[in-house]
Design a protein around this ligand. Sequence first.
Ligand code: PML
Length: 270
Amino acid sequence: MSCEPLLYSVRMRASTGRSHLSGAERLVPADRIDLTMKELVDRALSKQLAPDQIVVTIDALGDMPVHSVPSLDLISLDMHDIAACRENAARVLEASGVSSSAVLAAFRALEQGASPDGGNMRGAMIIDAETGERLEPDRSRGVRVSRFDWSEGASERIDRELSALGLTHFRTKEALALATKVAYAPGIVAELCWSDEPDYTAGYVADRTKGYVRFPHLKHAGNGFGGRAFFVTHGDLDRNVLMAYLQETPVLITEIGTCRAGDGLPGRSG
Ligand code: PML
C-alpha cells in the first residue's frame, strides 16, 4: 500500500466573453486545496481586465500513477535584441532536429495569432518538426497541458535558484514546469514559446537535452501575440497517445535541474 498522500488536480481558467484571460495548474494534497483555490482565484482577479468567468476544476487523481521527473536544466541568456534572440532560438530548435521551414512556420503563426480567427490560441500548436504542418485537432483551442506541478520541496528549491538569477516572476516557474512535462512527452522534438501577455517579452526554447533556454526578448513590449508550439516527430507520431499524455498524465517535479545565466547558447561558451 502506498503512503503517498492522494493528489488532486486543481485547474483555473479565467475568461472574458470568448477570450481566454489566464489559467493555471496545480497538483496538491487535500489539505492544500483551499489555499490553492484562493491563490488561483486571486491570480485570475489580478489581471488588468476583469474576468466574466473564473472556472476552478478539482479532480482527484485517484490511483493514477504520478510520474516523478527532474526539471529541465535552465539557462537564462543575456541578449538584448529581438533579432538576436529569435536567431538564436531558431538555431537551438534546428540543433534539436526542427527544420528551418517548421521553425519559420511557428514564428509566423505565433507573431500573427495562431488561431483561425487571427487571435491567440487557448492551447498550443502541434507542428510536424520536418514539414511544418499543423497537427492539432482543434486550431482555436490547441492542446492544453494539464496535471503537472512542483513537489513542495522542489518548489522551494527552484524558487531559490530562480531568484538567484533574478527570475522571480511566477510565469518563469510555471513555464519551466510545463516545458518539463512537455519535454518528456512521447513524440516531442522541442518546444518554442513566448508569452501572449503584452508586456512580458520573454520566451524559451526547450528540449530534454538542451534544457530550457530562456530568451529575454522574443517580441516587442506591447505586442499581445504569443503562445506555444510543440514540434513533433515526422511520420510515426501517435497523436492520441501524445494528447492523452499532455492532458491527463500526472507529472510531479520532485528534483530540480541546474539553473544558470549565460551569454551564449548551451554547448558553446557562456
Ligand atoms: C506564459 O505567458 O505563460 C509564457 C511564459 C514564457 C516565458 C517564461 C519565462 O521564462 O519567463
